[in-house]
Structures are given as structure tokens and as C-alpha cells.
Design a protein around this ligand. Structure first.
Ligand SMILES: Cc1ncc(COP(=O)(O)O)c(C=O)c1O
Length: 403
């Protein structure tokens, strides 16, 4: 458990906590002071010495990114690549598969919108068939149905651990067991789960995973990571290469790197990389088990308190739920109950949430007949008091709206 004293310390290291109520951690969280201090300091050094000399002088700090990610995910440093976002990390590995016509990719209804765009592009280009595994009654991926779909045509299982627009946690480990038994590569979109849940790639059994810096890891924007299991690295040639990903030997030949950095580009957000290393070590020091427990407890309370308000409906699915809490206010036909109106009313009170709508959740929302939801996403540095204040504010906003 995170003690009261530790929580006070963590909040002190997140100075904005005293000014705003930040429930948008699934959008972009608040960076802790060690991360912002690092960025300020690094940029000051760059302003003085220039980018290249600074990088040479502070090389170990950006290199620490690989060991920090490996420690957090329980893998090896050479299985990690630095990318600018979760989407780009995911793309780099997805587009590395040489699918043949009739090959199948199994995915979920709640997969991220950008992933669906990529599925459709590769279906068009290569004739790969995208098969959506039905949900179980709770709204999570139905593992029995997934098992039933396994045959020699399936060349990839690609699942979002936590969807962008809801609180459910997909049964990543059970899916990993099926993938392992069938010897099918398993790509996990862990964009919302890394930094929120104790994501252990060994325990889950995924072969590739992507994450982003700015959300639950509390790192800077424009940073992300890719994990690729050693066994798969030399079987996957990234869709784009440069002279960092491969050594140019002569005018006719090149040699690919043997580690996961073959998925990287030469030019990188070096300050962001060092800062993300700090953010990951920060999370590791608090302890991912403790972080996960606290987030899940806060979110459970938030769901209960929101559900107790007349006119509020929590919409999260799944047996297992996480820190993303989605809801709408009724009657939705009234403009004041619109998710954007609620977001704006909250912003006027320095309370931050997102609205889930559009392509990110499109397939899932179309399936459920939903247009948009308010998404309040809690982190370990949030408090019981904030949960209460948030629920009270929603009740007030609705009361004002219906007056
Ligand atoms: C499940 C999921 N996957 C992928 C992404 C994309 O992450 P990024 O914006 O870092 O590319 C998001 C962003 O919200 C997400 O929620």
C-alpha cells in the first residue's frame, strides 16, 4: 500500500496537485518534478553546448532508458526500442509482418482506432484477413471464442490490453497462454497499461508490446517504447530503415542491427528519452504492484460515487477494471448533458478529464451504440478527497444543468 506519508511526498513532487484536479491520466498525466527538473536541466546544457556535445557528455542518461524499461517490463534491455509514440511503436512491428493473402490477424472490438486503420491498409495491400474476436458477456475479449478461432491461418494475435475509451482490462495473460500454446506471435497494445498495471511481459506471454511516455508513465510527450521478444527480433525487418537501424556496408548491402533498436530512427528526442528513463525508474521505485492497487481502488470508489448520482451512468465494461472511468449523464438529448459541456464545466473549475469519441474507440462504440463518453482517469497521486470532490462537482453541474 502507498502510505499517507508517501502519498504526501508524491503529491509534493507533483506541484500542480495543489492547483488542479487531474483526472486525465489516460490522456496525458502530470510529470513529477524529477522528470521536469531533468528536462529543464538537459535543455539548459543543450543551450550551452549544443545537442551533439551534450548527448556525448550525458550519454549514460539516455542509455538508461533501456535498462529502466527492461526492469519495468521484466525483459532484457536489448529487447527494447525507443519510439516517439505508442502508435509508431505498434506500427513498426505490425508492418514488419509479411502477411500473405488469406493469413489472419485476430484482434478485439476494443482495439485502438489507429490499429484498425493499419489493419485495413494491410488487408487492402496484402489480402490479410482481420478477424475480430467477439466479446464475452462482460465486454472483454472472449478467450474461449479466441481459442476456437485458432488455426493455421492465424499469423498474429493483436490485442489492446486496456482500450482507450473504457475501464476494462482484457485478459492479456490468458490470451498469452493461447498464443504460446499455438506458437502464434502476440502483439499487445499496452499503451494504457504500462505505468498503470504491473505489466510483466514474461508472465503475460506477449511477444511484442508498445507503450507511451505521457500517460500512466508520467513521462514527456513525444516519447514511447517498443518491446520485441528476442526470438522475434531477427525474424522481423522493420518497414523503414535508416543507418541507425542497419549498418550500410557498401552501395549494394546493409546489415540490420541484431537488437530491438533496429526499430528505431537515428534522430531521437534525446532529452525526452532520458526523462522517460527517470519516469520509469520513479514508477519502479514506488512499485508497480502498489501503483496498480491504488489506482484500481480509487477508480472503484469513483465508479460507486458516480453511479450513486441521479442521472449519471458509469459505462465501463469488463470483469477486471482499471483507472479509466467512463460515464455519461442523462438525458443525453439535453445539450447541457453533452460530454463536451461537462468537460468544459469541469475545466472552469480546474478539473481535467477527456471526452472519448471518434476513431480511437470507434469500432467499440459503434458496437455498443455509444457516441461519446466522459473519461475520468485516476492515478496513484490522486486522493479519496479528490474522488469525492469530483463526484460532488458532477452532481452540482448536473443540478445546475437541470435547473
Ligand atoms: C489503447 C491505446 N493504444 C494506442 C494509443 C496511441 O498512443 P500514442 O498517442 O502514444 O500513439 C492510445 C492513445 O490514447 C491508446 O489509448
Amino acid at each position: 500500500m502507498i502510505s499517507k506519508e508517501q502519498l504526501a511526498q508524491l503529491r509534493a513532487e507533483t506541484p500542480a496537485c495543489s492547483e488542479v484536479l487531474h483526472f486525465d491520466n489516460a490522456g496525458a498525466s502530470l510529470m513529477p518534478k524529477p522528470v521536469t527538473d531533468y528536462l529543464h536541466d538537459y535543455l539548459r546544457t543543450e543551450a550551452h553546448y549544443g545537442g551533439y556535445r551534450t548527448q556525448a557528455m550525458r550519454h549514460e542518461e539516455s542509455e538508461a532508458f533501456y535498462s529502466a524499461a527492461a526492469k519495468l517490463l521484466n525483459c532484457h534491455s536489448d529487447e527494447i526500442a525507443f519510439c516517439e509514440s505508442a502508435t509508431r511503436a505498434w506500427d513498426l512491428v505490425f508492418y514488419a509482418f509479411n502477411f500473405k493473402p488469406g493469413d489472419r490477424v485476430l484482434t478485439s472490438l476494443a482495439d485502438y482506432g489507429s490499429n484498425f486503420v493499419a489493419y485495413q491498409q494491410q488487408a487492402k495491400r496484402l489480402g490479410v484477413e482481420i478477424v475480430i474476436v467477439p466479446n464475452d458477456a462482460s465486454g472483454a475479449v472472449d478467450v474461449q471464442q479466441l481459442q476456437g478461432l485458432i488455426d493455421e491461418r492465424v499469423k498474429l494475435i493483436s490485442i489492446s490490453h486496456i482500450p482507450t475509451g473504457g475501464g476494462l482490462i482484457n485478459p492479456a495473460q490468458k490470451i498469452g497462454d493461447i498464443a504460446k500454446a499455438a506458437n502464434i506471435p502476440y502483439l499487445l497494445d499496452a499503451c494504457q497499461s504500462i505505468g498503470q498495471l504491473n505489466v510483466d511481459v514474461e508472465a503475460i506471454g506477449c511477444d511484442m508490446a508498445c507503450g507511451t511516455g505521457r500517460k500512466y508513465l508520467r513521462g514527456p510527450r513525444g516519447t514511447g517504447l517498443l518491446y520485441v521478444r528476442k526470438h522475434w527480433i531477427d525474424k522481423l525487418e522493420p518497414p523503414m530503415l535508416d543507418q541507425h537501424a542497419a549498418d550500410l556496408i557498401d552501395a549494394q548491402s546493409y546489415r540490420l542491427r541484431s537488437d530491438a533498436r533496429r526499430f528505431e530512427a537515428w534522430e531521437q528526442n534525446v532529452p525526452g528519452k532520458g526523462a522517460l528513463a527517470i519516469a520509469m525508474n520513479y514508477a519502479h521505485e514506488i512499485g508497480m504492484v502498489k501503483i496498480e492497487q491504488r489506482i484500481r481502488a480509487l477508480a472503484t470508489d469513483l465508479r460507486q460515487q458516480l453511479n450513486a448520482i441521479d442521472g449519471v451512468r458509469v459505462m465501463d465494461e469488463g470483469h477486471e477494471q482499471c483507472g479509466l472511468v467512463t460515464f455519461h449523464c442523462e438525458p443525453q438529448s439535453r445539450s447541457q448533458c453533452d460530454a463536451y459541456a461537462i468537460k468544459q464545466a469541469l475545466a472552469q473549475r480546474d478539473i481535467h478529464v477527456s471526452v472519448s469519441e471518434g476513431s480511437g474507440s470507434l469500432v467499440n462504440f459503434q458496437h455498443r451504440g455509444i457516441q461519446r463518453l466522459v473519461r475520468a482517469s485516476v492515478h496513484y497521486f490522486n486522493t479519496d478527497d479528490e474522488v469525492r470532490r469530483f463526484a460532488d462537482t458532477i452532481a452540482q453541474v448536473i443540478a445546475v444543468d437541470s435547473a
